[in-house]
Ligand binder design. Structure first.
Ligand SMILES: [Zn+2]
Length: 107
């Protein structure tokens, strides 16, 4: 397989991508995660590095809401970094999450 060196991420594809990061000094592998359930932006994450919105993913950085972090069970709710850091959007995500999650009773 030929490696195509890219420095920019394409935010209109569902395909896996790799971009060269001079800061990490390695290729970063990028996976499409789905659209943020609050704002609809397409979200992506690195499969071999920490997600950092200051990097090439920018506002497209995925930051899913995980049920286990809210004492609940259910599927991850797809979210972008911006929405999870904006009070109004975060509350919207919580409301969406509540329709999908089942609360686990603490023993
Ligand atoms: Zn969002």
């Amino acid at each position: 397989m030929m490696i195509i060196e890219k420095t920019r991420v394409s935010f209109d594809t569902d395909q896996e991508q790799q971009v060269w990061s001079t800061w990490h000094n390695k290729f970063l592998f990028i996976k499409y995660c789905g659209q943020c359930e609050a704002c609809g932006i397409r979200t992506y994450l690195f499969t071999n590095s920490d997600n950092d919105p200051r990097g090439p993913l920018g506002e497209h950085t995925n930051n899913d809401m995980e049920a286990s972090e809210y004492n609940s069970t259910g599927p991850d709710v797809i979210a972008c970094f911006s929405c999870t850091n904006d009070r109004k959007q975060y509350e919207k995500l919580l409301a969406i999450s509540k329709t999908k999650w089942t609360r686990v009773n603490e023993s």
